[in-house]
Design a protein around this ligand. Structure first.
Ligand code: URA
Length: 434
């Protein structure tokens, strides 16, 4: 078997065998197959596609390229949720304590900011002392004690994906649904949960882009998960504008805490109840979505989800006082307003560009492993369909470095399109794929 033949086969649109997929993943991971050959194969995959069997084989090869967690020492069914990546998407920070307060066991590994999208781990680390680097035994102990833990994926989880993603990122080969599905599912499956709800974003701020691609991605991921004996469903949700109002690390933690206290934006709460009720109904018999939604809402109304968040933060070394008093969380020294010069309505938003503007404030990373500014980001005052008058503040940008604010503002301005006609507000939840 050799790489030249594998590339040629895919170039001609042929199907790769399980052995061929395993061969290139292993060879690329151990450094015996060079980047330039894998780049050529990735481009051939983008142009000629992979079928479901190839996609499942790629997932398995990447999943087994590193550690596969054994969570059998954790009592009961372990649940997880994953988003395909969004802007202002702080859902995990709200949903994980809601599910835990409800009685489910949440064992979650998360990633850092990737391109225009934020990362849960960066957000949690804006709380002083919060530790995300948990060893496997500590992770298991934490989940057994508190029914909730969120840890950073270690470098030993799906190392093949890490290497492959870095190459895809610089060879314009990210946006293929088989490559995205196998990338996400290899990491999720290596993390060992029994039931997973996938939040598959669609729209201008999503990796999938079009609705057709998002549906394809959801179907692929659900089918991979089921083929590996997991309970999985995918919910296609809107990413044509940021979720909630806050984009950035500490800003999103503040908004998540407000949501847990019943004072958050309605779209964020609605998304949590939709994803959470689908997850509950996957793991409980005789479940009904309406009852599950109400039970989740009760965890907000009776304060148990907020108290679970406090318990979770304390258990992972975070400062309780910053959760109970959000004014103690990192605050930016500098701010700049995006002021409207026109009257009208917000017609559309290039949501990925809002993510890029937030990255420019310092909230994201331009290069891997760069530090993030916990206080930086954007607070959005006007979303699609909102009326705007000349002089109104559309958004406020924050940074610890004043020189970053003007370039970020220019990028944000270009992302907003005003209209004279009030557009419909986007649908938030489109469809569930089971
Ligand atoms: N998120 C991932 O983990 N992988 C992709 O390919 C895209 C988004």
């Amino acid at each position: 078997m050799n790489m030249y033949d594998i590339i040629t086969k895919k170039k001609h649109g042929e199907t790769l065998s399980t052995e061929e997929i395993h061969f290139f993943v292993q060879g690329f991971t151990d450094g015996t197959i060079p980047d330039y050959q894998v780049s050529a194969l990735l481009m051939a995959i983008c142009l000629k596609l992979m079928d479901d069997r190839e996609t499942a084989d790629l997932t398995k090869a990447m999943m087994h390229s590193g550690d596969v967690l054994d969570l059998s020492a954790i009592n009961g069914i372990k649940v997880d949720k994953h988003s395909t990546g969004g802007v202002g998407d702080k859902t995990t920070l709200v949903l994980a304590p809601m599910l835990s307060a409800y009685g489910l066991t949440v064992a979650k590994m998360s990633g850092r900011a990737l391109g225009h999208t934020g990362g849960t781990i960066d957000k949690l680390e804006s709380i002083s002392g919060f530790r995300t680097a948990l060893a496997e035994d500590e992770f298991i102990r934490q989940v057994n004690l508190h029914r909730i833990a969120v840890a950073a994926q270690t470098k030993d989880i799906a190392p093949a994906d890490k290497k492959l993603y870095a190459l895809r990122d610089v060879t314009a080969t990210v946006d293929n649904m088989s490559l995205i599905a196998s990338s996400i599912m290899s990491k999720k499956l290596a993390c060992g949960a029994d039931a997973i709800v996938l939040d598959v974003k669609t729209g201008s701020g999503s990796f999938a882009g079009s609705y057709e691609n998002s549906l394809d991605l959801a179907q692929k991921m659900v089918s991979i998960g089921k083929s590996m004996g997991k309970k999985v469903c995918g919910v296609i949700t809107d990413m044509n504008q940021p979720l909630g109002n806050a984009v950035g690390n500490a800003l999103e933690v503040m908004e998540a805490i407000e949501t847990l206290q019943g004072k958050g934006p309605s779209d964020l709460l609605e998304l949590c109840m939709s994803l959470g009720s689908e997850l509950i109904c996957m793991v409980e018999e005789d479940c009904n979505i309406e009852k599950a939604r109400q039970a989740l809402k009760d965890t907000i109304d009776n304060g148990s989800a907020f108290e679970k968040f406090v318990e979770f933060v304390k258990a992972q070394g975070g400062a309780e006082e910053e959760v109970r008093n959000i004014s103690l969380l990192p605050r930016a020294k500098h701010a700049l307003d995006f002021i409207s010069k026109e009257n009208g309505f917000v017609g559309s938003i290039e949501c990925n560009e809002v993510g890029m503007a937030s990255l420019l404030t310092g909230a994201g990373r331009e290069v891997k492993d760069a530090p993030v500014d916990p206080a930086a980001g954007i607070y959005i005052y006007k979303k699609i369909g909102d009326p705007v008058a000349s002089g109104d503040c559309i958004a406020r940008l924050y940074s610890s470095d004043q020189s970053k604010l003007n370039p970020a503002l220019e990028r944000l301005k270009a992302a907003y399109h005003l209209s004279q006609i009030q557009p419909q507000r986007p649908t938030l939840i489109y469809q569930t794929v089971k």
